[in-house]
Design a protein around this ligand. Sequence first.
Ligand code: ADP
Ligand code: MG
Length: 701
Amino acid sequence: MPKRSNAPTVDPLSQAVTALPGVGPVVAGKLAARGLLSVQDLWLHLPLRYEDRTRVTPIANLVPSQPAQVEARVEAVERSFRYRPLLRVVVSDDSRGTLVLRFFHFGKAQLAQFVPGRRILCYGEARPGQHGLEMVHPSYRLLADDADAVIRDRLDPVYPAVEGLGPQSLSRLIGEALRLLPPAEALELLPADLRARLQLPTLRDALLTAHRPPPDADLAQFALGVHPAQRRLALEELLAHHLSLRRQRIALRAHGAMPVRPPGKLAAALGKRLKFKLTGAQQRVLEEVARDMSRPEPMLRLVQGDVGSGKTVVAALAAANAVEAGRQVALMAPTELLAEQHLANFRAWLEPLGVQVAWLAGKVTGKARTAALAEIASGRAQVVVGTHALMQDKVVFSSLALAIVDEQHRFGVHQRLALRDKGLDGSQVPHQLVMTATPIPRTLAMSAYADLDVSVIDEMPPGRTPVTTVAVSGERRGEVVERIRAACAEGRQAYWVCTLIEESEEVEGQAAQSTFEQLGQLLPELRLGLLHGRMKPAEKQAVMARFKAGELQLLVATTVIEVGVDVPNASLMIIENAERLGLAQLHQLRGRVGRGAAASSCVLMYKPPLSAMARERLEVMRASTDGFLIAEKDLELRGPGELLGTRQTGLASFRVADLVRDAGLLPTVHEVAETLLAEQPALADRLVRRWVGGAARFAGA
Ligand code: ADP
Ligand code: MG
């Protein structure tokens, strides 16, 4: 049948979920809310785990905490309301065992179903209870007396929930979607030799196996995410993402950029004005940057350097070169606080040399905004410092040659691109310098920043004494307060960081407020300041300025101070609820102290009792101040989503892949990506569209 062997005429990429029976606008809306738009999205909505209903386990053979299916009869039903409603259903089977099913919430109809003598098929995890084994909220089905208990011939997938859609309906819809899977050869994009080399199944087989594993499938392998079906999917997804970033890079490079190679007088003058000498690492990175900028292709460079390693001055020196060449520079920071600090530094460094530094943030409005925009458009503003506001359409540069983005992990890939586009005059784009203090292990960096070259500032400015870190139970709060009193009496300054994870900025602000009041009572002789995200920018700025000037001795703050804040005289930091923060974030926070000559310390306060994991994390912080080592540990203990900032990078949004678990695949991914780009660009294109789809933007495409 030669005609049938062609690919299906409807491209499942564009085939909407409404093509499936039973999917109208309402269901489609619920699916869309979860990002499931096309039939293909449903194929890629993979189970979280599986339930084995292919066999029945006699109650007498149940093993605690192992999920199992039981076929039994209802013996007794008890309700009680002692503390909260409780339903206990006692069931038994021929193995002479009894089992208690416990429900904490249940409806009337549900209650009416449980009649002694009725047959029930239930699935759950048995645990030792007061009266033998019990299952809490098992999934169950009541059987008619003469009905056969229908035993499944495949493992049941358990999918990530879609709000408003029951698990059964979702599973049915995915089943329908799978019926539309094209034949293997039409669907396959990975070259056969690669599949053979890695012993991976076809995409069709991998999808069918992942959604409907046969009863003999190795569930342990699935649980670890190393089943060949999962590895096959992960490999393809990682490959697609990597290809997408590489292609962005290639497309961007094709635009060309203005080579910046001035004599270097301005940078030299700035260097003379600095109160310090650059470290060897700063010097090296600056040379790498200058070399990139002297070329007619856009620089795409990431500068990684631990907190306090001195990235800002490297950026300022690069900016000086662009200004000397008669071009403009934009510097974007993720928070107003940080942007303002950069503004202050850049003004102090560059304005005495005759350079115009302009400011643009959300709060710059009205006449000031109009004036700033005019200065930027005319080119009079040679350096523009700001926040996201820099990316708005209204902002037009006259000749942007260098775009600097600080603390990159706070911005998404797309924002990175938006600033690049600001330089598009004719065919040229600006050079791009991205700075981050989040040390990323090498393998990850290659994936996260496949579109960037990486420089590392791996040396600290001299004269710093490492921060001593201690972990202290919250029960010893009194001693910690005394420590602050003593430090401030010696003329030092301190931070007190209030953390509330997963609460709103509002709640966090209130917590900081009450801590501020409480500490004010305990330390009446000190001048305290309060800083949180709900304050007006002008208030924040004023508090920061007073702290920096030494007028305030103790700054009570939320994690808004995490990024970039620089007050060298502050040498004591208290972090409350430290056990709840990720290592990368703790490291960032701790980086606020240890910036001056005085020996600094960081007190990690925790709420006992500590879990083993939390204990280990605090121990890592105590034992090391090396950002890279901490990052490796963080990766081990928490996974890359946390490390890179969950929403901020496209990275954490993998559907199948997990960078930690699948790290072993990355070298293959990188190698295959280069081959595909060189030899089969059309295939690379299809892979990217399949997995990254509309989310990826290709500069110039
Ligand atoms: P980060 O890399 O965290 O952004 P900064 O650029 O804010 O670090 O620098 C931290 C502090 O170190 C600043 O006060 C800066 O002026 C100072 N600094 C930078 N480079 C040097 C150096 N080579 N020697 C001494 N101090 C330096
Ligand atoms: Mg910085």
